[in-house]
Structures are given as C-alpha cells and as structure tokens.
Design a protein around this ligand. Sequence first.
Ligand code: NCD
Ligand code: ZN
Length: 444
Amino acid sequence: MNGGNVLIKSVRLYGEGEPVDVLLADGEIRQIGTDLGITDAEIVDGTGQYLLPGFVDLHTHLREPGREDTETIETGSAAAALGGYTAVFAMANTNPVADTQVITDHVWRRGQEVGLVDVHPVGAVTVGLKGEQLAEMGTMAAGEAKVRMFSDDGHCVYDPLIMRRALEYANSLGVLIAQHAEEPRLTQGAVAHEGPNAARLGLAGWPRAAEESIVARDALLARDAGARVHICHASTAGTVELLKWAKAQGISITAEVTPHHLLLDDSRLETYDAVNRVNPPLREVSDVEALRRALADGVIDCVATDHAPHAEQDKCCEFAAARPGMLGLETALSIIVATMVRTGLLDWRGVAAVMSENPARIAGLADQGRPIEVGEPANLALVDPETSWTVRAKDLASISDNTPFEAMTLPGLVTATFLRGRNTARDAARIAGGARRAGNRGGP
Ligand code: NCD
Ligand code: ZN
C-alpha cells in the first residue's frame, strides 16, 4: 500500500540543476530532495526527464453539449491529460451555447466527474453568441463553476458598443473578456489568408486587417474602460506590433498564440486539404516568425491550443465548405519544443511560463501554474525532452481526426501528468486505448 503517494525519482525541475526526487502526497508536493528514504510510494522514474507545472489551456473546444459525435468532455479531458494539461477552458460555442449558469455549471460538474483535468467553462459574452445582447455574466460568475472568462469565440463581439459594455461589466465582476478578433465585414466568404497563395489557388481571402482592426479597437476600448482584454489566437505580425504598442501604453491586454500558427503557414493550402482550414487562417512565414519572437519576448503571453475537433464529413469536403479548426491538445507541447525550444527562442523555464504560469495568471487560477515547491498543489507535467514520436490521428484520444500534424515526427513527449497528485495521463491512456498510442510512441 502506498496511500496514493507518488515518488518521482531523479527528475530535473524545469530542466535545470541536478536531478532530485519529488514526493507527491495528499494532492500536494510533500518533499523535494535526494535520498528521501521513502518506501511507501509508487515510483515514477524521472531519469532524463523534466518536471514542469501542469499546462493550462485558455482555449479548448470540447463540443459537449451538442456535438458529442466529435468530442466529449471525457474524450477532450483525456486528450488534455495526455498533452500535459491540468486545466482547460472550454469555449462557449456549444449547442446549446454556454450563455447561462445551467450550462456552465453542467460543464464544470461533468469535468469534475471525469476527473482528468479541471474543465473551466468559458461563458458567452452575448446571448446565443449573436453579438446583440449581453449574457448574464454575473450569474455565471457566481455559480458553482465560478466562470472567470467570457468569450463569443467562433464569433467576434463586433459591435463596438456591445464590446464596450461587456468590458465595463466584466471589469466590475473581476472577470476577463477573450476576443476572437475578426471584423466580419472583412471576412465574408473568406476561407484562407489573403495573399499570393490564396489568390493563386482561387480561395477567398481573410485579410490581416480583419484581425488587426479589432485588436486595435479593443485595446482602445479596454483603455477607456480601465478593463482587461485578452486576444484569442493572435495570427499576424501586425497584431504583434499593436500588442507591443498597447502594452507600452499600460493597457491591460494579453494575448495567446496557437501551436499551429507557430509552425504552419499558408503554403500548406496547395493540396486544398481542408485539414488546413482554420480561423484565423494560416498566415505567411513572416507572420510565423513574428509570432515566435513575440512569444519569446513576452509580447504574446501564452500558448493556447484552440483545440477544435470536427467530424469527418465536415472536413473531408471541398475546402470552402469545410469547418475551420484543428486538433491541438495532444501535440501542443511537442510543437512548442520544435518551434521555440529547438530554435533557442525559449528555455524550459520559458516553456513553463507560456504553457502554465502565464495562462493561469491571466485566468486567475490560484491552484495552477504554481512554482514546483513543497506545499504547492501537485499539478505537474513530466516531460521527456529527447524522445520523439510520430503523430497518428487514429492514436489520439480525441474522437475526431483533424490534426494537421499527421505523420509528422515531433520532439518532446509528455510521459505523465499529475492532477492533485494523481497520474491522469495514465488514466486517460486507458480511456483512449493507450496500447496503440504507446506502441506508436518510442525512441527517435
Ligand atoms: C473554432 C471552432 O471550431 O469552434 N474554429 C477555429 O477555426 N478556430 C472556433 C474558433 O476558435 O474561432
Ligand atoms: Zn476563435
């Protein structure tokens, strides 16, 4: 018997210093040191591995309620746990929309029942995501789920007066508005980044200005309301410049970038494979470079997956008819290793900051993104930095298969995730048919 205690042996914290042993007990980090003399704990061998705070995803689509054929809170939680996440924020664009406390509390409770990751519901800003009438943010914030982030994601809160009221209301409640920055008048019918590639391929273009004009506008609205605003999935070099400017003015603005916007560009559209259709669209190499630098410099605060599962029939069709969105939870860490660590832009402390500490702070989570110290909650990710693995959609825990990283061999493997001391990645692998997955993952 080990009372549920776990001893992670010979692991390097944040990939730094000498290896240590870390004892997890009663949901906390109980001891850190060498030769701890522990005999009654399950041993996890951390040799050659790094211990990081568990990751926090501010942008996940779990599709429950409404599209359980593409993802459920259970399968999405399994994907999250396998990806090293201990908390995710589930976006409100479900069916019904999460615009009332009944729905947000249901999502929270279902997440706790599954128990693999804390699923924090994001409440809608406007009723039905229609952009016309503010949702009752106050009751959602006061409910069991204690909703602290609101977004119409999938849609932009495009009416400047509604956005202004939302920021004022959110400010008085102490909650955050996350904006999907897309001026809809500029993206009607758009399916791909507006540029030479889309023009050559005959795809209707989504100009950078559609994103940037909303980022600029919302920075000014946040300034005047004295409120915080968070920008979802920043995708252009111009957005980076605007964030830099706004932060220099002292405006309370934060932003996330997705792994796919850090790795992929619009040259992928060549094949017309709709797996590459996403909002905002894959941009140009110069944007990708600017986004990487911005994440390294802190102009962009964090990584968020925008994990967006879609059914085969909604993806295996004509590009313009396909739904936008890509899977992201199980591949996020590896993409960050490939784009940010292997390129020398971030060290592992930096990875902990952008994957865990910064998103936890932005969302106001007190029990996530904490330092790896005695007495702190045992919300942790164990990462093998050297092992690489080949992505196979069929092996992922997600119900859907729409990963743009299919067949890519990626560096960095999450080998365990601890939520309040429990190895949730192991439990998730059981749900997801871990044997196939483990069989596919291995040495380089
Ligand atoms: C998201 C979705 O499928 O819900 N799609 C996407 O392309 N990113 C919505 C969103 O995040 O805008
Ligand atoms: Zn969005």
